[in-house]
Design a protein around this ligand. Structure first.
Ligand SMILES: [Ca+2]
Ligand SMILES: [Ca+2]
Length: 191
């Protein structure tokens, strides 16, 4: 006859299963909180502890602004090389189509950088790298001047964000700015 103090094996198995279930439940609750935070944090008045930038992620050496990632290169290349380097990174040379974006890019431009704008196809018709035509420029005084056939555009660390662009020869080596959409880790994108 078995001793009363020794629990039968099935009871031990039941306890183990119970503990496993509890651990799974805790994991599910934790994931659910993260999931909801990713969905709701941009709209919430009091966001949960998971910040928005975790849900819209950029590589570590890129800057995140409004769910777009920006890369300010430290290497200098000519405009074409810069264009293809950005494409190689899955990005584009930056397109600046709002005051907000111009201000942001300008504030981070401590050097001269190529942007995704040129008039190489037709003189004085400036086109962005996505094929759209320039509607508002932020040119420096007396620019663009096409001096000795300048067709590619830079943003420069000058006094005012409103007068920061210059056209340069596309063959000159300058730093450059790439942009790409941030990786969307929110639940919407994963469902
Ligand atoms: Ca030109
Ligand atoms: Ca110029």
């Amino acid at each position: 006859m078995k001793a009363e103090s020794s629990p039968p094996p099935y009871r031990l198995a039941a306890v183990c299963l119970g503990l496993l279930c509890a651990a799974l439940l805790i994991a599910i609750i934790a994931l659910s909180v993260y999931h909801n935070a990713c969905i709701s944090s941009p709209q919430m008045a009091h966001p949960l502890t998971v910040p928005e930038f975790i849900c819209k992620a950029c590589p570590s050496n890129w800057i995140n602004m409004n769910s777009t990632c920006y890369y300010f290169s430290s290497d200098a290349m000519n405009w074409n090389e810069s264009f293809f380097y950005c494409r190689f990174l899955g990005a584009n040379l930056v397109i600046i189509n709002s005051d907000e974006k111009q201000k942001f890019v300008f504030e981070h431009s401590k050097e001269t950088y190529w942007i995704g704008l040129n008039d190489a196809a037709k003189e004085d018709t400036f086109m962005w790298v996505d094929g759209t035509k320039l509607t508002k420029g932020y040119w420096n005084k007396r620019q663009p001047d096409n001096h000795e056939d300048e067709d590619c555009v830079t943003i420069n660390p000058v006094a005012s964000f409103q007068m920061a662009w210059n056209d340069l020869k596309c063959s000159i080596k300058e730093r450059f700015i790439c942009e790409a959409k941030a990786l969307d880790l929110s639940a919407d994108s994963l469902s």
